[in-house]
Design a protein around this ligand. Sequence first.
Ligand SMILES: [Zn+2]
Ligand SMILES: [Zn+2]
Length: 367
Amino acid sequence: GNTTCLTLESTDQLIIFDAGSGMRELGRYLMTREFAEGKGRAAIFFTHTHWDHIQGFPFFVPAFIPGNEFDVYHVHPYVPDVLNDQMDSRVFPAQFAALGATFRFHKMDVGETVSLGAFSISNIELQHPGKAYAYRVEKGEDVVVLATDGEYKRLDHPSLKRYIDFYRDADMLIFDAQFSVRESFIKEDWGHSSGLIGADIARAAKVKRLVLFHHDPTSTDDEIMAALQQTREYLTHHDRRGPVMVDVAREGWEVVFNSAGDFQVEEANVDGLICLHLFGQFDARATETFMRSIVRVGQAHQNETIVLNMAGLQEISVAGVRALLEARGDVYNLAIVNVPPNVYRVMELSGTVDFFAIYPGLSDVPH
Ligand SMILES: [Zn+2]
Ligand SMILES: [Zn+2]
């Protein structure tokens, strides 16, 4: 996969975090939008300037388009120099000074909070060679924390408290899980952490969803998925208050943050099954979003079973049931799992239960 480059977008703001090799792909995507016409605006925040966090920048096509504007936020004072130097004529054909887009640099203090539209972004120093900074982004009630390239050498509460306070109540904590716990003990001072340490910190900070990030470049997909399973297992063993959700970050992954109750669809491949996780209220306002997702996965996976995971659904209306019926025609085979009792009852009341292949859980779906 590519190295660190994440974006957070609202209706009026686009924030990019780091310029790793993933930024090349991001540029290709942004060139399908207003950035192609030189009408793009974005903020770029740097956690630090190690290679894996800057190397995509010279290949970020929107930077070459006159009219695009970028506000670059950084704590390390030397970020502008580093971006300039990695495009030096001895190593790259186009120089930073000749870029078509406009760049404005904003040096931030440690602990400073920056406001961008409805977002407020604060930072904290992480233990990492040359220092890295974690960012906490708040928008109304929603909180996302990006804490990559950080080591937690001392695991006693006083040492962790400042991190726990900074990550507190995050809807999502994106966490450096490059190592196994064992490796993190052995590779002291390498500046990285592990999923299980993230699990402890996430639990203490009452984080809702932990995302394992900054995978080791030598890890295979199987090893990364094993680390995910271990982290989940560790959390279910140790938490009786309702476990933190754990996910593994992957190339191109997109998550929608909405106010509670709003309908959401999230696509995932779970053990080889194509899944759509449904969240919120599945009513008349949700059917268009749902049908768009169904048609898209139906076309992308023409001879496969598509599983609808309803665990996150709060309610369904008759309009939602109607959309489910229609969905059967758009995919090869539709399976439904984890139906909440109130949702099942509406399917009973509408007399449609026998139209669907309903299974208790994902592992019950034949494949
Ligand atoms: Zn680093
Ligand atoms: Zn890194």
